[in-house]
Every structure is written in structure tokens, then in C-alpha cells.
Design a binder for this molecule. Structure first.
Ligand code: ATP
Ligand code: MG
Ligand code: MG
Length: 532
């Protein structure tokens, strides 16, 4: 589905880049390979792609793989595919881990120049000291002492593991990000997914992000506005390392109601088995949303509309799905489906053999094409529709005409089991109260379907910081209905999108497999219905 790239967006709220020169802009999208891309990452990736394309520049997808504990090859592959799905074209794929040797040398240089020191203060104490502006007892250690401990870190010795390297900036700075942030730490127990056991000391984000940006020639680094406090620190690192300057821009972090956008929390849902995988249609991941029937263009329009605002925003799913509906409604074919508990309606004067007719697949858009359908003496109508019919009532069978209900049979519990009537094709379709969708009762030709609807994975609209995910998780969020559909549904390919009349929009998640399995159709939210 989708396919239109962010760069093709007709008009963008995202303005010009300060200092942006045509053909020379270099931007990067730096995901950590610790999960699949979600809607927030998509925003970051799409904005970067937009600038790269509009300046005829370069987009680097850089895997920010500095934390062996969280990262996996699988995630790396999926992220690249996710970018493709979003229409994002990377001009270059790189890895922070490719720069480990240079980062290590850079750190050595900082220590030698007295711009960094090695600290074995326990983490918790360091945190307290940072809060209160207290200098570490190691802050004035000699370069020789620091280099000795740094060597322990590089060897991953027990002593080295107690240490981290800190930039010597300013412990009294108002901006606490300037209070000697850590630039290197030891991880010895878990091998890195790419460099394996070659390194025991790993650079921290606050160090490698600016350094690698500069080394890769990034001209404009974009990050979410909660990093605003780290702006001074970012610039300090570049200067301290003697590297070229990089423009830093901020954009707002995207959040959505009734979900989580933390990879750690999403992983929890996968581990608990509440969702099938990272690709689950309930997930706010790129793959989840596309499986739910989201068109890439709808996502870009949505992001573009927010523009470069820096305020954090909590978005409603309805807004996104409304855009999506506006895109799919004019172009997707219409079909009928009835529940598997549909009622047989016998039309005594209907055609004794199925009679083929042709209809447009879309009421307004001729380009969608035409298809055959069959009128027949026996039709199936929805159980709920049957329950509302009255004896003697004239009703309209869509795309056929009027008929009169002559007989309604019910079982002991009052459920309609069978109906009989006769055609009244001269009747005025504008005068009937009921317009019923129906299918010819040709059981073997109809397409067996599962209509799948979802609710949110989080029951609370706006989860708070101290809410426990276990308490918020909605463990009952998938609803299947068995149905029978237009015979044409049997030929649809995976990913096709349609409207089932009077039921809404659906996407083919699993195609029909003769005699083996039903089609699985996933309900696409339209921005109105209660569940997303
Ligand atoms: P997590 O903390 O869940 O692992 P992250 O935000 O650290 O996620 P990264 O892989 O580091 O994930 O993110 C890659 C890029 O995507 C970063 O540049 C980050 O700014 C951006 N990004 C992540 N989440 C959002 C969001 N909700 N809205 C906008 N941009 C985001
Ligand atoms: Mg991150
Ligand atoms: Mg995060």
C-alpha cells in the first residue's frame, strides 16, 4: 500500500534550512536497532528525507548501535525495510559502530588534553553529585592517572568496569547537561551484534552523536525538542574534538493516545503475547499501521500539517485515519459481504438461475472499473436487517430494485430463520426505508471471510509517567466475525483495500486459499468509529 514518497508532498509546512545550500545538505536519521520503526520514528525519517530531497542533498540512515544490550540484527533489517515502505531513500547506510576506533582515539585525545577524566564514582552518587553541582573527587586527577584507568576500561578489567569517562565541562552550569556528562562506559558481559567482543568500552550517545555527525559531514542534525537542553553540550563536544560545526534543529516529538511509543514497552507487549509481533496491526509501528490499512501519503500529510512546531503533541488516531479515509474512499472498490448468520430470502419470482449483470466497482470513480454480479431467486441478507423487516413491507435490494416481504419465519427465540417475498422492480427506490445489501445464495461461490476489528492496546487515553504498563494493557483487543463475501474477493491480492458496503473499509491481510482458509480482512479505522 502507499508508495508515494515524502518528498513528493505537494506543499510542505517545513520551511527552509538555515544555511542550507542546494546539493550540499547532508542529513541523517539515526535509529537505534532495538525495535521496529514506529510512527514517531517515521516522522523523524520522513522530515529528514524531505529535506534531503528538497535540497538535492544526502540522507544517511545511521544505526546508532552503541548499546549491545538492546540491539539486534533483526531490527536492523526491519528498519531498512520500514524506511523503504515509507518511500524513504537512503543515500548511505552507516553504523556508529563503524566509528568505534575513531571515537576511541578521540576520547584518548580529550583525556590527553585534560578535557575529559576517568571517574569511578558509583552511578547513584554521581547522579546526586551532578544534581547538586558537587565535583567528583576524581575531577582533578592527572592525565597519567586518567590514561591508566582508561586503559583498564579498554581492556575491560574489573577496575575498568567501575569507571566511566566524563567530559570536563562545568559542574556549576545551570544547564545540568553541562555538568560533566559521561562520554564512555564499559560493557563487558554482552557482545555487540556487529563488533562482537572487539570492544569493551562503548561511547555514550552524547559523545558519539555530535562526533559522528561531524565525521560523516552532516550539515543539519535534527532531533526532537526534548534534546534542547543538550544543545550546548553537543556544540561543546564538537569544539573540544576540533571538529567542524553542525546546524542543530529541533522538531516536536510525536505522541498518540491509547498507545505507547517506547520500544521497551512495545517489546513488553510482544513478550507477553498480547500482540502477535512487532507487525501487529494494533501496534503504532510502521508495519502495524500499514497492515491496518494506512496509506503512506496519509501519514506524510498528517506530519506535514503539524509543520515544524516544537511543542510536544499528543495526537488523536482519528485525525490520522480521517486523512487516510479521504485518500482511499475515492479509489477503492466496493463489495458486499454478509455475516455467516445471514438469512435466506427467497424471491418467488426471482431468476431461477443466477443472472449476470455488470456494475461499476465505485459509485463515482469510473477508473476503478466494472465487475459482474448475479441476481438470483435466493439471496442472503444480514440477520440484523432481517430482524427489522416487517411483513408486507417494501424494501430495496441495492443494485437490483424493490421487493415486498411476504413471509417471515422465526425460531422459538424470535430469530428470523427464513424470508419470502416477491420482486416489485417498478417500485420507487427513493420511497423505501431500508436499502439492504445482499449476496446471491450461491454458497460455494461466495468468499469465506474473517472480518477482523481491533481495539487499542492501552485502555487509558493519556497514560501517565508512573502508570504501570501491566495495569493499562488491554488484553482483549481483537474481534473476529465470520462472513461471506462477494465471489470476487477470492481473487484479491494481499494488501488490497476495499469498502464493504455498510461495513466500512478493509484491507486484505490474508488471501483466500481454496478449501483451506478464509480471507482475513482487517477493518481500517475511518476516524469515526469508536475503536481506533
Ligand atoms: P526508545 O527510547 O523507545 O528506544 P528512541 O526515541 O530513543 O526510542 P531511536 O531509535 O533513538 O529511538 O530514534 C531514532 C530517531 O527517531 C531519533 O532521531 C529520535 O529523535 C526520533 N524519534 C523517536 N521517537 C520519536 C517520536 N515519538 N517523535 C518524533 N521523533 C522520534
Ligand atoms: Mg535513542
Ligand atoms: Mg526514547
Amino acid at each position: 500500500s502507499g508508495g508515494q514518497s515524502a518528498a513528493e508532498a505537494p506543499s510542505s509546512q517545513f520551511g527552509k534550512l538555515e544555511g542550507g545550500v542546494m546539493g550540499e545538505v547532508v542529513v541523517r536519521f539515526p535509529p537505534e536497532p532495538s525495535g521496529y520503526l514506529h510512527v514517531g520514528h517515521a516522522k523523524a525519517a520522513m522530515i529528514n528525507n524531505f529535506y534531503a530531497r528538497s535540497y538535492n542533498g544526502t540522507l544517511i540512515i545511521r544505526f546508532d548501535d552503541t548499546n549491545p544490550a538492546r540491539e539486534k540484527e533483526e531490527f536492523q533489517e526491519e528498519i531498512l525495510e520500514d524506511c523503504k515502505r515509507l518511500g524513504i531513500k537512503a543515500d548511505k547506510v552507516s553504523f556508529t559502530s563503524d566509528y568505534f576506533p575513531q571515537l576511541q582515539d578521540m576520547c584518548t585525545k580529550l583525556i590527553k588534553e585534560g578535557k575529559a577524566y576517568v571517574d569511578d564514582t558509583p552511578q547513584e552518587q554521581m547522579r546526586l553529585e551532578r544534581g547538586e553541582g558537587i565535583e567528583s573527587r576524581n575531577r582533578q586527577n592527572t592525565v597519567e592517572d586518567n590514561l591508566k584507568l582508561w586503559d583498564e576500561m579498554l581492556k575491560g578489567t574489573p577496575k575498568g568496569q567501575e569507571c566511566c569517562v566524563r567530559a570536563r565541562i562545568d559542574m556549576q552550569a545551570k544547564n545540568k547537561c553541562m555538568r560533566d556528562p559521561a562520554v564512555y562506559r564499559c560493557v563487558t558481559d554482552i557482545p555487540h551484534h556487529r563488533t562482537k567482543t572487539a570492544f569493551t568500552a562503548y561511547p555514550m550517545y552524547d559523545f558519539c552523536c555530535p562526533v559522528v555527525d561531524a565525521l560523516e559531514g552532516v550539515t543539519h542534525a535534527m532531533r526532537t525538542s526534548e534534546y534542547a537542553d543538550r544543545y550546548d553540550q553537543y556544540k561543546w563536544m564538537l569544539q573540544a574534538c576540533g571538529l567542524r560545526d553542525v546546524h542543530v534543529l529541533e522538531f516536536s516529538r510525536l505522541n498518540f493516545v491509547n498507545t505507547v511509543l517506547s520500544k521497551r514497552k512495545l517489546q513488553w507487549f510482544v513478550d507477553e503475547g498480547i500482540v502477535d509481533s512487532w507487525k501487529d496491526p494494533r501496534f503504532p509501528t510502521v508495519q502495524g499501521m500499514l497492515r491496518r490499512g494506512l496509506q503512506v501519503k496519509a501519514l506524510w500529510d498528517f506530519i506535514d500539517e503539524q509543520g515544524p512546531t516544537k511543542a510536544n503533541n499528543l495526537m488523536e488516531w482519528d485525525k490520522l485515519w480521517t486523512k487516510n479515509k479521504q485518500i482511499i474512499d475515492p479509489i477503492v472498490p466496493r463489495y458486499s459481504a454478509v455475516g455467516s448468520d445471514a438469512v435466506l430470502f427467497h424471491l418467488v419470482d426471482g431468476p431461477p438461475e443466477p443472472l449476470a449483470r455488470v456494475r461499476p466497482l465505485h459509485p463515482k470513480t469510473a477508473e476503478v472499473g466494472e465487475a459482474a454480479y448475479f441476481v438470483y431467486k435466493n439471496v442472503l441478507i444480514e440477520k440484523d436487517d432481517a430482524a427489522l423487516c416487517e411483513q408486507g413491507e417494501e424494501v430495496t435490494l441495492m443494485r437490483w430494485g424493490n421487493c415486498v416481504v411476504d413471509r417471515i419465519d422465526k425460531d422459538g427465540e424470535g430469530n428470523v430463520t427464513h424470508m419470502e417475498g416477491h420482486l416489485h422492480l417498478d417500485g420507487d427506490v427513493k420511497k423505501t426505508k431500508k436499502k439492504l445489501h445482499w449476496l446471491p445464495a450461491l454458497d460455494t461461490r461466495l468468499a469465506p471471510c474473517v472480518l477482523r476489528e481491533y481495539d487499542h492496546i492501552i485502555s487509558k487515553k493519556k497514560p501517565e509517567e508512573d502508570d504501570k504498563i501491566q495495569d493499562l494493557a488491554n488484553r482483549n483487543s481483537q474481534f473476529d466475525t465470520a462472513a461471506m463475501g462477494d465471489p470476487l474477493l477470492k481473487h484479491l491480492k494481499e494488501d488490497s483495500v476495499m469498502q464493504l458496503e455498510r461495513r466500512g473499509y478493509f484491507r486484505v491481510d490474508q488471501v483466500y486459499w481454496p478449501g483451506k482458509r478464509a480471507l482475513v480482512l482487517i477493518k481500517i479505522p475511518d476516524g469515526k468509529s469508536k475503536p481506533m
